[in-house]
Design a protein around this ligand. Structure first.
Ligand code: F1P
Length: 532
């Protein structure tokens, strides 16, 4: 299909909106659905991959239609952005004992860091008190390497929130969870709801509220959804705020680092920029102003993809490097290099992009895609100390720099995603080698096995567990283990999902599945052989 359409492939409006139909993968939230536009991305040429990514990104700015999903440019969303910007303005005008905290897990936490750092820098330049703090699940080490297990820990979320807010009397807490799913953020929002005299909670994510995760959180009486429902009630009196437009399914199912990350960056930068302009330039926060700023990002997106030929060439070259077991290295300085570090750090959990792949655990930290920053760790300026201040020239972060950053993010996401697709790390549009290192990813892995093998859920769960523990027969100890133990064990295992899938499809033993995968190191090809 792709070759046929080549790089001129375009999509009809109905194809662009197919995911919105209530019959389309109804059991999944938008953030976990598979995007119909990229169903065959695994067999696409470099230029076709770029077209597909462009179409997926364009879905971010689609207009709301009828009674379906709220979108980025929907009236209700823009109005909430105006309200939240006014709250930030209040903090900026009265910074004493006040704080704006941005918090999230994985990519969401890295963006919390990036955005809070750049707006604090703007304040420093104006000789104003700094009002922004960030929290990332797993602490600063998670800024540059994936730490997914802490995402499941609501108590740690609360502890880290208490720590940054010590002594503050007025805190605007912005919790980011693209899938409205991370227990770490749910715990923090719940804590804010319990202390309304200090905290005003804001939630940023990309599912409608009824699709928020409703799985029980061990040791808690709330679920993410129940927290969201309480916030919805309070939102009526502006005691809480929900910013949750749908941006459409990710190009690679569930890869919220892509559109989820871009939309987070757009929304928060629009809000904070408007608040800064109101406080320091006397420019009122208006609906029109916010809308215009959002449209400037849409333009950045169009300008970026106007270079799709160049992007495709880069992607092809990067894919070739990975295919010959070589690397892709990003070199840069300032916030753009930081985006490179972030993009590189996300490849490991997304694609199972471990060097030389199978069982090569010692080399785990040296990924296929690596980022380098001029000045090294000392440039980071993170709260736990030396890991970078971004360079002089990016100090003030005028709006144009923000769009330049978005453009860079889109480009890097395209290169790393495309290169891994070309390397065979994606099956259809699924992360076939996803590491089940937290409860969300564990459930995603089970779902993927069900979808690809057609076997019942219980059998898929059992086979996944066999692959995690590397045993053909499960012991009582294993079957009675809790999800936390399973996840900790999975962290030290490679190719868990591919192994389980081969076992399910062929009925072979784990050892046989391992040698099958060794013979066919391109996971997609190994799986295809079994499927055929
Ligand atoms: C947080 C997150 C993602 C990461 C991976 C695991 O998701 O860490 O950033 O790519 O999918 O989850 P969310 O809480 O923002 O939905």
């Amino acid at each position: 299909l792709c070759t046929m359409a080549g790089s001129d492939r375009t999509w009809s409006l109905s194809a662009m909106r197919e995911w919105e139909s209530p019959d389309y993968e109804p059991s999944l939230p938008v953030s976990e659905k598979s995007n119909p536009l990229t169903r065959d991305i695994d067999r696409a040429s470099a230029s076709c991959i770029v077209r597909m990514l462009q179409a997926c990104d364009a879905q971010m700015f689609q207009e709301e239609r009828g009674d379906t999903y709220q979108r980025l440019l929907s009236e209700a969303v823009v109005k909430t952005l105006v309200d939240v910007a006014k709250r930030v303005e209040l903090t900026l005008k009265d910074p004493q004992d006040s704080l704006v905290v941005l918090s999230g897990c994985g990519t969401s936490g890295r963006l919390a860091f990036l955005i809070s750092s750049s707006f604090n820098r703007a304040l420093r330049e104006l000789n104003q008190s700094l009002v922004y703090s960030y929290i990332i699940a797993g602490g600063d080490r998670a800024l540059l390497s994936s730490q997914e297990a802490p995402e499941d820990d609501p108590k740690q979320g609360v502890l880290s929130l208490k720590k940054v807010c010590e002594g503050k009397k007025c805190v605007l807490f912005i919790g980011i969870s693209c899938g409205l799913s991370a227990p770490f953020v749910a715990g923090q929002l719940d804590f804010c709801l319990q202390h309304p005299e200090v905290f005003t909670p804001v939630l940023v994510g990309f599912n409608p509220t009824h699709q928020a995760r409703d799985e029980p959180i061990p040791g808690c009486t709330f679920t993410f959804r129940s927290v969201v429902q309480r916030m919805q009630e309070l939102a009526k009196s502006q005691k809480a705020f929900l910013i949750n437009p749908a941006v459409g399914p990710e190009a690679i199912s569930g890869s919220s680092r892509m559109k989820g990350g871009s939309a987070t960056k757009i929304l928060l930068e629009v809000v904070l920029s408007a608040a800064h302009a109101a406080t320091f330039k006397n420019t009122a926060i208006t609906y029109k102003g916010i809308l215009q700023h959002m449209r400037a990002y849409k333009k950045a997106l169009d300008i970026t993809y106007a270079e799709s030929e160049g992007i495709a060439a880069l992607l092809e070259a990067a894919g070739q490097s990975l295919r010959c077991a070589r690397r892709v290295c990003y070199l840069g300085w300032g916030s753009l290099a930081m985006l490179g570090l972030i993009d590189a750090s996300e490849c490991n959990p997304t694609f199972g992009a471990v060097t030389r792949d199978l069982l090569c655990l010692r080399l785990r930290d040296y990924g296929d895609v690596r980022g380098f920053i001029s000045g090294g760790y000392r440039e980071l300026n993170n709260s736990e100390g030396p890991l970078i201040s971004l360079r002089e020239k990016n100090k003030s972060m005028p709006p144009l720099s923000q769009q330049w950053e978005l453009s860079t993010k889109l480009l890097l996401n395209a290169v790393s995603t495309g290169a891994h697709v070309l390397k065979g790390k994606i099956y259809q549009n699924h992360m076939i080698d996803v590491q089940p290192t937290n409860s969300k990813l564990y459930c995603r892995a089970t779902r993927l096995l069900q979808k690809l093998s057609g076997c019942p859920q219980s059998q898929c769960e059992e086979t996944l567990l066999r692959a995690v523990y590397r045993v053909d027969k499960l012991t009582v100890d294993i079957t009675s283990s809790d999800i936390g133990t399973r996840i900790r064990t999975a962290k030290n295992r490679a190719k868990v999902v591919p192994l389980a899938l081969v076992c399910l499809l062929t009925g072979c033993s784990l050892l046989e599945a391992e040698s099958h995968l060794e013979l066919k190191p391109i996971v997609r090809e190994a799986v295809e052989v079994c499927l055929s």
